[in-house]
Write a protein that binds this ligand. Structure first.
Ligand SMILES: CC(C)(COP(=O)(O)OP(=O)(O)OC[C@H]1O[C@@H](n2cnc3c(N)ncnc32)[C@H](O)[C@@H]1OP(=O)(O)O)[C@@H](O)C(=O)NCCC(=O)NCCS
Length: 230
């Protein structure tokens, strides 16, 4: 089902923006709003060989990122991709981009105030139980086993979403891949909006992560969104 029309993207922005303060900006847009003609030449080169759907997704992320730059009051710039696919933010800025089939979100922040940002957006459909042991640590799985059965798939999706945001947050600090077993997410056994705490188990991630680092997790109209900024 295409829920684009029913997703209140403004509501997502107005929930997240107060948590960011004035040195960071969030913009959500429809995943269909990306216009490849608005990409800069180096951005366009990144997706030149990709399918049109992927080009549009990429373009919607860049449109959201530039809209966030405008909101921050900084000049809009190109955001090409590095070879590892991470976005290359212009001098003075850090940020993060996520898209799913219906929506796209970008957070851009001033690097003098924030070291990194991570954001992830997922449809709130839950994760099939066959995937739980790959995504969850034994500690997280124990929590799942104590939850009401009807909440489990959607709670594990929230763990997944939190780990993706943390991965994007930590990546610029460690420049290496993390496995889902390398990080423990500590959050209430509930589907309500709230915070999650990250407990990295891999030494390289632990060394790069402040104690008690927290992220925000919200769900709105069929989407789950996680965000870390520090
Ligand atoms: C990179 C990754 C997180 C992308 O997530 P996704 O659900 O496929 O897609 P999303 O739309 O949420 O995010 C994609 C965007 O993330 C950004 N991104 C890609 N790699 C990144 C990285 N290494 N660091 C930070 N941001 C990255 C890009 O902006 C990308 O969009 P773009 O290619 O259009 O620019 C995921 O595919 C991945 O490789 N994960 C590695 C394993 C992992 O997550 N481990 C978690 C352990 S804690």
């Amino acid at each position: 089902m295409d829920t684009t029309a029913s997703v209140d993207l403004g509501h997502i922005e107005s929930t997240l923006q107060p948590r960011l303060g004035s040195h960071a900006a969030v913009v959500c847009c429809s995943a269909l709003s990306g216009d490849v003609d608005h990409l800069t030449p180096d951005e366009r080169a990144t997706v030149a060989c990709a399918l049109i759907q992927r080009q549009r997704e990429f373009a919607s992320g860049r449109m959201a990122a530039r809209a966030a730059m405008r909101r921050l009051g900084v000049p809009t710039s190109s955001v090409p991709s590095n070879l590892d696919r991470s976005p290359r933010w212009p001098e003075g800025l850090v940020g993060s981009i996520s898209h799913c089939r219906t929506a796209c979100v970008a957070v851009v922040a001033q690097s003098g105030h924030w070291s990194s940002v991570g954001i992830d957006l997922e449809p709130d459909t839950g994760l099939a139980s066959e995937l739980w042991s790959a995504i969850c640590t034994p500690q997280e799985l124990q929590k799942v086993s104590r939850m009401p059965e009807h909440d489990r798939c959607r709670w594990v999706l929230r763990v997944f979403c939190a780990k993706e945001a943390y991965y994007k947050w930590v990546y610029p600090h460690i420049r290496s891949m993390l496995d889902f077993q390398d990080v423990n997410i500590d959050m209430d056994a509930s589907l309500e909006d709230g915070v999650f705490r990250v407990n990295p188990l891999a030494p390289r991630a632990r060394n790069a992560t402040p104690d008690g680092l927290e992220g925000t997790l919200i769900s709105r109209q069929g989407l789950v969104l996680s965000m870390m900024i520090h």
